[in-house]
Design a protein around this ligand. Structure first.
Ligand code: CAO
Length: 574
């Protein structure tokens, strides 16, 4: 049987007409007790209204833009639908709600008779103590207007901006990010701006000591938007003398920032940001829900909004910047998903290694910029492997070097590149650069990630030398001892996973090269020789090529020739 619970806006202090800025659930959604249902935002604080019970949302009584006050009906929740009896009565304020009393606090006091520099203090913020400063929105020397936010505090339950009570210049910041503050702590000094001249305190003789919102000094009782940082302010330039401690025009409307702002809803449905950042995003036309947050608990900082806008602008500009790129529209990609994985189970977060970060950026560019196609071929290496094993056996007895399949692959690739020179080229604007040297890179698996050492002038080296050099370079790569020069100048890359296994794969071209050969583990396969199936050792090859330079016919010719070479290396002498 249904057990409908009415959810109402709890005691939010003197706030009235607070707009609903986000609906965090829809009808039919299942919610847990304390899950946020809607977000309200006053001038100074963002507040979420949580569900008092677990259940299913059967009706939403609000829409975005509606203005609410204490007692406004938010939603109906069927607590029985969650198989749970209502845990709290309708309209119950969350258990954690602080019960701050509206106070006629005077958070701002003039420090001296000169009265041109005022102290900005933490106003009455209810029962909150040790509230951390999470963002400084100004720096010393900044000019601020009355009501501009100076910094943001964030408790477990709410985010609060501290506005400047006056127009002026920030002369001192007494706190830094991470400091914990409580009511009365001096946060900053602001030199009062008179007649539009920052810091011109001439004539401003009065002590500014009590709170009044700039916009509504005469409507104290009816204008609760002064919010958290009720502050003293001259109503107009030069009128500071009109305000004195105890003036009736003071206001300290106190939001009881009672509602939790669960950080874990950032990932899915709603954004976690201070009012000032929300306002900033709105001014730029940015949907804040799309901006990934880099602050504590995934909070969206002003810099995140800026970075997001920058990303969108440069993505839009990219096609124009690329010559001969037509009228493409750029990569209008979704932002990377920001997910709190710990919601689903235990996790361990490790920073990406430097190599992974660098190679990741390169691979991403190559993946999106190269029209790459992968072509597969099988090479019969029965005889080559038998030869390699036999030579290695003989050499072992004589204490000589070991031949590797990689060395033969390098030798065969060089020969195929000589026959098909497009494989040894790079695109440079409208030109194709054809190289006369043969430097071969090979992917080496290292504890820190993938590295690609380069064997220089491979055409002039024999297979023993190639085996020795690749072995040494791979060892240096694993030990992190490669020098930058060891990884530069490659014409073509081989990625050999044969020692590990696999059948085929599609390697990513290593720009500005135009092709890469992937190699997997050879395996005995039955091959039809015209009369019968014969067991042959087959090596799977996967050649990825840049289609702007190498078309399918050329790629397949290269692959066929490479397979012929590996089947019978005598062909390389022809
Ligand atoms: N088929 C069957 N066996 C193979 C083989 C193949 N294609 N290639 C190598 N093997 C065998 C070797 O013969 C060797 O066996 P023995 O010890 O009995 O001789 C064993 O596998 C191990 O070889 P290896 O891979 O360590 O040595 P290598 O010289 O063949 O390769 C290197 C060197 C650096 C290419 C390799 O160690 C490596 O790091 N490979 C990974 C490359 C990689 O990560 N590519 C992915 C890039 S894209 O993500």
């Amino acid at each position: 049987m249904a057990n409908i619970v009415e959810v109402k806006v709890p005691d939010i202090g003197d706030f009235k007409d607070v707009p609903v800025i986000e609906l965090l659930v829809k009808v039919g959604d299942t919610v847990k007790a304390e899950d946020s249902l809607v977000t309200l935002e006053s001038d100074k604080a963002t507040m979420d209204v949580p569900s008092p019970v677990s259940g299913v949302v059967t009706e939403l009584k609000l829409k975005i833009g509606d203005k609410v006050a204490e007692g406004s009906l938010v939603a109906l929740i069927d607590s029985a639908a969650a198989g749970q009896v209502a845990a709290a009565p309708a309209a119950a304020a969350p258990a954690a709600a602080p019960s701050a009393q509206p106070a006629a606090a005077a958070p701002v006091a003039a420090p001296a008779a000169a009265a041109t520099v005022i102290e900005v203090k933490v106003p009455d913020i209810g029962d909150f103590k040790d509230v951390p400063i999470i963002e400084l929105l100004v720096k010393v020397g900044d000019t601020v207007k009355a009501e501009d936010s100076l910094m943001t505090l964030e408790s477990d339950k709410a985010t609060m901006d501290i506005p400047s009570p006056v127009s002026g210049v920030v002369t001192e910041l007494r706190v830094k990010v991470g400091d914990k503050v409580a009511e009365g702590v001096v946060l900053a000094l602001v030199r009062v701006m008179q007649s539009g001249i920052p810091g011109d305190g001439a004539g401003a003789t009065a002590v500014v000591a009590a709170a009044a919102p700039a916009a509504a000094p005469a409507a104290a009782s009816a204008a609760p938007q002064a919010a958290l940082a009720a502050a003293a302010v001259p109503a107009t330039g030069g009128a500071a003398a009109d305000f004195r401690p105890g003036d009736a025009d003071l206001i300290s409307a106190q939001p009881r920032v009672a509602m939790p702002t669960p950080a874990d809803r950032i990932s899915g449905r709603a954004a976690h940001a201070s009012p000032s950042v929300r306002r900033f995003a709105r001014e730029l036309g940015v949907d804040i829900a799309k901006v990934p947050g880099s602050g504590p608990k995934g909070r969206i900082m002003q810099s995140d909004v800026q970075a997001w806008v920058k990303g969108v602008v440069s993505a839009a500009a990219a096609p124009a910047a690329a010559p001969a790129s037509g009228s493409g529209v750029g990569l209008d990609l979704l932002p990377w998903p920001k997910i709190d994985f710990s919601k689903f189970g235990a996790i361990d977060v490790q920073p990406l290694s430097r190599i992974k970060k660098i190679s990741g950026a390169n691979l991403s560019r190559n993946w999106v910029m190269i029209p790459a196609v992968t072509y597969h071929e099988d090479a019969d290496i029965t005889d080559l492997e038998a030869f390699r094993v036999q030579v290695n056996k003989e050499n072992e007895k004589a204490g000589g070097a070991k031949l590797t399949m990689l060395a033969f692959l390098i030798k065969a690739c060089v020969k195929a590149m000589q026959k098909y020179p497009e494989f040894n080229s790079s695109i440079d604007g409208d030109n194709l650069v054809l190289k006369k040297y043969f430097n071969i890179g090979f992917a080496a698996d290292t504890p820190n990630g993938l590295m690609v050492p380069v064997i220089k002038n491979a055409d002039s080296k024999g297979v023993f030398e190639l085996a020795k050099e690749s072995g040494e370079l791979a060892k240096q790569a694993r030990e992190g001892k490669l020098k930058p020069a060891d990884m530069q100048g490659a014409c073509f890359t081989i990625s050999s996973l044969g020692g590990i296994g696999g059948t085929y794969f599609a390697p990513i071209v290593n720009a500005p090269e135009v092709a890469i050969l992937g190699v997997n583990k050879s395996a005995m396969k039955p091959v039809w020789d015209g009369k019968a199936f014969a067991p042959r050792l087959i090596l799977p090859l996967s050649l990825t090529a840049d289609h702007r330079v190498i078309d399918g016919a050329l790629a397949t010719r290269f692959n066929v020739y490479l397979a012929q070479l590996l089947a019978d290396m005598r062909r390389s002498m022809l």
